[in-house]
Design a protein around this ligand. Sequence first.
Ligand SMILES: *Cc1c(COP(=O)(O)O)cnc(C)c1O
Length: 346
Amino acid sequence: MLEKKDLDWGNLGFSYMKTDYSYVSTWRDGAWDEGRLTTDHTVTLSECAGILHYCQECFEGLKAYTTKHGDIVCFRPDMNAKRMHDSAERLVMPPFPEDRFVEAVKKVVAANAAWVPPFGSGATLYVRPLMFATGEVIGVKPADEYQFRILVTPVGPYFKGGDKAITITIAQYDRAAPHGTGNIKAGLNYAMSLYPYEEAHKNGYSENLYLDSATRTYVEETGGANVMFVNKNGELIVPQSHTNSILPSITRRSLVTVARDMLGMTVIERPVKFSEVTNGDFVECGLCGTAAVISPVGHIEAEGVHVTFPDGAETSGPVMKKLRKTLTDIQSGEIEGPEGWVCKIC
Ligand SMILES: *Cc1c(COP(=O)(O)O)cnc(C)c1O
């Protein structure tokens, strides 16, 4: 029987803690090396490394956890592999092969099995693959050396308030350049979101809702989570972007499948005007992402904007609650989900 680390699993925050192993692979002379586990959790870089100047970096986030049956699993890692491939291409970095990505996730999680929180603790092992330019560049061009790493760290829930609905506001800035860069998971987009995030916090809001940068008419997403609504007919309304500026959340795509195929709901994926939100067309709102699954949004407040979602103003409304329960039951092995969603590691 594996000895687990002696941690207070039920009271972990969402912060970094060093574990035993990380995974590292280097791209040099036009190829990725074979990759390996490492106990060195630091990176030494040239002051001229491409990441430090032109920000060639992208990352992923997924979780490993223990099911009801005692298996250590992760959720749809092939989707993260594909998305990181796409992010890397957009940033002119050599994609890490998708099959090797999944193998590397399994390897580093298995090596850190003692750090995977036990079933029922509410905690998970957060898995963070990242890739960045280590090669030296001074003229503006892609670097010629890269590092792919995966670090893992045990975490508790992302939003502390449990099921308490949050209030969000409207960002006055863009979180990504317009026209198709909001769909990559990259530090450069997060860098752009920090200033509006701090502003929102100062004003007492949990998050920012970003509108499309070209017209400020359509709903995109929040800083780190996709948004979805329920309308008065009980239909799930999922915003789409004309300019491909919404990050393709794996949680959101999984919830769409769950809603349509398992719960028999009507799901409509289409551009959503912010005026529909302010007109009171929607009765529930939720933010979705790996860490939180779905967090209920009770209110949207900004200058001249006061929106309350009547079925979920205080805690999750019935539809968001049912969606979250179904997805988390699939993840924990309570019920059977679509083939291949829960990926066994050890
Ligand atoms: C990671 C991320 C999400 C959530 O994606 P999941 O795959 O569901 O974790 C949503 N929006 C942004 C901007 C993100 O970076």
